[in-house]
Design a protein around this ligand. Sequence first.
Ligand code: SAH
Ligand code: DHB
Ligand code: MG
Length: 223
Amino acid sequence: MSGSQLWDDVDFYFSSHLSPDDEVLQAALRDSEAAQLPHVNVTANQGKLLQLLAEIHNARTILEIGTLGGYSTIWLGRALPADGRLISLEYSAKHAEVAVRNIARAGLDKIVEVRVGPALESLPKLADENPAPFDLVFIDADKANNAHYIEWALRLTRAGSLIIVDNVVRGGRVVDAESIEPDVRGTRAAIELIAAHPRLSGTAVQTVGSKGYDGFAVARVLA
Ligand code: SAH
Ligand code: DHB
Ligand code: MG
């Protein structure tokens, strides 16, 4: 996953000025590491972008798919007002346990709820509760299901909602139309769904940085 030293240096230059890790974010990463969670959380600069997008959008309700240790959850949660709501779906009970502690330390436990289980089981349960439409959905779990997650996001959002999909480039593997990798196939299906869907307008951007060469897609839900 790692890229060049220069990509690391530039990421560090930007993050040290623009998205410095405070004690709470540092502790979240430290505890994630101690619990041996995989190092696949968003970078600080990406986390700050998520926070800014949620703030610019005046998001009051956020759905996250893929919590890990709650690092991205904390950035997103910080964009919400005190009466906001963030639901984060996580397959692994162990990851969720670490995340819940990190989220509580961030003072976000009143707003954030972590639900454990495969997201494709949690999503229909969530839909059955008829929740208020989510203003923003951040998709960052098993990439094989990315298109399914977008379909669910469409059911759980409103006109104007924002859908963000992480890791749509994966070192460029996304362009391999013949790939049998489930992650690549799932992400290509997601991109092609965004392109073809009458209720979505989107784009995707390539990124480099301390997590290597990857990128994200952003889509707006239309009427
Ligand atoms: N958003 C996090 C990173 C998430 S990593 C951050 O940036 O800090 C991807 C997470 O998705 C992992 O914790 C993994 O356990 C979870 N995951 C994998 N398959 C899943 C599934 N089917 N349903 C829900 N979560 C899943
Ligand atoms: C992986 C998952 C992520 O969400 C990410 O940002 C990077 C890598 C992974 O599973 O390899
Ligand atoms: Mg990711």
